[in-house]
Design a protein around this ligand. Structure first.
Ligand code: ADP
Length: 255
């Protein structure tokens, strides 16, 4: 049986195809048309697996753009899909910390992946990938280059609560001769601290999984551990947790 999960995120679209014990993955920018992106990513997965669309039993969509695509049999919230996907990626996980392009969420889960409780920040870009992207642009860096700046002993604290002000603060710190390594380390700590506070409100879990695109940033991963005073696990496919959850839910539906 073949199923597909698609996570149409604000920044990136991720998709997972499950075919028995075989799994295929695909990622691409969401772009201006989530509908087209949904179709393209499914075609790419099918091409990769030398499969035809008619062979796919069910497709489930999640993510902010889930209602904008037409190819899914069902749409499911990101919270449900992330819980399910994270539990699959890390056995016995009881907390998921997801930092994506424009939101961050902390989800308490049962070991089955069922959601027990959650807190979400989708009102403010501070503490999200967008916050880091804006900084990377002002510093002439790619987001993947930010993680090299992780020295907590050598950082400035970033006080702005909002991305727009943070950008201004970064520019004035640079103008004041503060090195980018200190600024970026401060931003990493600020993002990690905000999300850690959300986790503390829910009660820090004993097996914490870090998912979403920002989990690829090693500096945020380390600072999250320090803020939480707990270990944080980042599975290899951390950015695909939502899509994986959607593909597993599609498999349940098909069964
Ligand atoms: P969404 O689902 O909201 O589109 P994702 O979970 O896919 O978001 O995460 C996108 C974010 O991940 C980007 O805003 C960017 O900050 C971050 N990101 C993506 N790739 C990397 C990378 N290689 N290193 C660090 N951060 C990354």
């Amino acid at each position: 049986m073949i199923t597909i999960g698609i996570d149409i995120g604000s920044t990136a679209t991720k998709a997972v195809l499950l075919n028995g014990t075989k799994e295929l993955y695909e990622i691409m920018p969401t772009g201006w048309s989530p509908k087209e992106t949904g179709k393209t990513i499914v075609s790419r997965l099918l091409e990769k697996g030398h499969l035809r669309r008619a062979q796919v039993s069910k497709i489930v969509a999640t993510g902010y753009g889930r209602d904008l695509i037409s190819i899914a049999h069902k749409t499911v919230t990101e919270i449900t899909c992330h819980g399910r996907g994270a539990a699959f990626l890390v056995e016995d996980a009881d907390m998921v910390i997801d930092i994506g392009g424009q939101d961050s969420k902390v989800i308490k889960i049962h070991r089955s992946g069922r959601v027990i409780d959650f807190i979400m920040n989708d009102k403010c870009a501070a503490g999200t990938g967008r916050f880091l992207e804006v900084t990377a642009i002002s510093l002439g860096l790619d987001v993947s280059e930010l993680e090299q700046y992780h020295d907590r002993k050598n950082m400035v604290s970033i006080n702005s609560m909002c991305t727009v002000f943070a950008e201004t603060e970064v520019i004035s710190l640079l103008a004041g001769g503060i090195g980018k390594e200190k600024i970026v380390a401060g931003l990493h700590s600020s993002v990690a601290g905000r999300v850690a506070n959300m986790a503390k409100k829910l009660g820090v879990g004993s097996k914490i999984v870090f998912t979403g695109g920002v989990s690829l940033n090693g500096a945020v991963r380390e600072m999250l551990k320090l803020h939480l005073e707990a270990d944080v696990l980042t599975p290899a496919l951390s950015q695909y947790a939502g899509a994986m959850g959607a593909a597993l839910i599609a498999r349940d539906m098909a069964n």
